[in-house]
Design a protein around this ligand. Structure first.
Ligand SMILES: [Zn+2]
Length: 429
């Protein structure tokens, strides 16, 4: 696939994925179209050689795989991991207020968004509705595109030092969504959600609502060198993982992609990277405890998440020499404090995978006077003992409502993932 095609596919995926559950739904339909069969954790699995499968846990995380020609204990797994969630705002229960001629709706902050970037945008709502089918509770997703709400900034005339002191946000006082002046509030919003999900209001017994920006993802810059979109962290790596597994061919080892929820809030949920999801899938693929441990020891994970590219207007935020650029190829993340799972040998492993695909690699390392972020790599590696490397594509404005990435990096990352999944090189014990 050429870069243009790959990026068009990524943009369309971003637009279909306002929430983690929507992202998983879009991924599941792509997998189905490509011959992957859905397995349920409650069923007995009997997978044949080269069979394509996927498992969704709690609607917002997915593990997909292609069974290798040898047993998992014998050949291990090649894994690409990423996360499906992005920072933002969630509607509070009983959050409606009537104040100063307006109906507002309180929100909780999810993860660490750059709060100021959510002001003065045409915001909409997406999420899930819970309904009962006989004695079973189920979720159905809804997505609105109409700008039903806003977080508005104060006028500069009333906050004269706004630019000089920085846009300070009190996340409780300043973020309630403006819904109407007419009196319409949560009930009317709920009605729109039910209508879009095709459910009757009376049949809905629970809900979750997330604020999102429906402005479509685009390429931009004079030569379309940039991608502008929300949720590039980390839907771009989810997209790359899916695309890579679809491009692989038959191998002795099993190929897996693991797309977890809850990374932005610490991964400790039933379908986060610190859950039993990956462990249980691998154990069931291997069949016995002994084979399970053999498989873990032979497996290699590439954990992929956004990387901080150097910013010409904020040049002092990076190490003076180690400066990953947009459109410079995949970034290998290094941290002496082990906030990333990369080691000497796993970093070398990924750079050889990239070399094999004729793709350039770059490195990221934090300044010692700045705190480094973390991701799912160390979490899964610690849980399972699987060797791991942390990588990502360089981006600007991570956690902004509208992030910036490099157009050419997406295809490069996919190519490097394919070499990893095909088992071009390996790592000794
Ligand atoms: Zn991330």
């Amino acid at each position: 696939m050429n870069t243009e095609h790959t990026v068009a596919d990524l943009l369309s995926f971003l637009d279909k994925s306002p929430t983690a559950s929507w992202a998983v739904s879009a991924i599941a339909s792509k997998l189905e179209k490509n011959g992957f069969r859905r397995l349920h954790e409650k069923d007995i699995w009997n997978l044949s050689i080269n069979e394509k499968f996927y498992i969704v846990r709690s609607s917002s995380a997915v593990i997909a795989g292609i069974r290798g020609s040898q047993s998992c204990g014998e050949a291990g797994c090649r894994i690409v991991g990423a996360h499906t969630d992005s920072p933002g705002f969630r509607v509070k229960p009983e959050g409606q207020r009537s104040k100063d001629g307006m109906i507002t709706l309180g929100v909780e902050v999810y993860g660490s968004p750059i709060l100021a970037t959510w002001f003065d945008r045409d915001l909409s709502m997406a999420g899930a509705l819970v309904f009962r089918e006989e004695n079973l509770l189920k979720r159905r997703l809804f997505m609105l595109r109409k700008p039903v709400c806003r977080i508005a900034s104060p006028a500069i005339h009333l906050e004269r030092n706004l630019n000089k002191d920085g846009f300070k946000v009190n996340p409780e006082e300043n973020t309630p969504l403006l819904l109407s002046t007419s009196g319409s509030g949560f009930q009317e919003l709920f009605a729109l959600a039910c209508e879009s999900a095709g459910l009757r209001e009376g049949d809905v017994s629970g809900w979750s609502m997330e604020v999102w920006d429906p402005q479509p993802a685009v390429t931009g810059g004079i030569d379309d060198d940039f991608i502008f979109s929300g949720r590039l962290d980390n839907l771009s790596m989810c997209h790359a993982a899916v695309e890579a597994i679809l491009r692989t061919e038959e191998t002795p080892h099993t190929r897996l992609i693991t797309l977890f929820n809850s990374e932005e809030v610490g991964s400790k949920t039933l379908n986060g990277a610190n859950s039993s999801f990956l462990d249980s899938v691998i154990e069931r693929l291997t069949g016995s405890r002994e084979e399970y441990f053999r498989c873990l020891s032979k497996s290699i994970q590439v954990s992929a998440d956004g990387a901080h590219g150097v910013h010409p207007n904020y040049p002092g935020k990076h190490d003076s020499e180690c400066r990953p650029v947009l459109n410079g190829g995949p970034v290998i993340k290094i941290n002496a404090g082990e906030k990333y799972s990369s080691s000497d040998i796993s970093a070398a492993y990924f750079s050889l995978c990239a070399n094999a695909a004729d793709v350039n690699v770059q490195y990221f390392v934090s300044r010692n006077d700045m705190i480094c972020g973390t991701t799912i790599g160390p979490v899964t590696s610690t849980r399972t003992g699987i060797k791991s490397v942390d990588v990502g594509n360089a981006m600007l404005s991570m956690h902004s409502i509208r992030e910036t990435a490099g157009t050419f990096d997406q295809e490069d990352m996919i190519k490097a993932f394919v070499e990893h999944m095909m088992g071009t090189v390996s790592i000794s014990d």
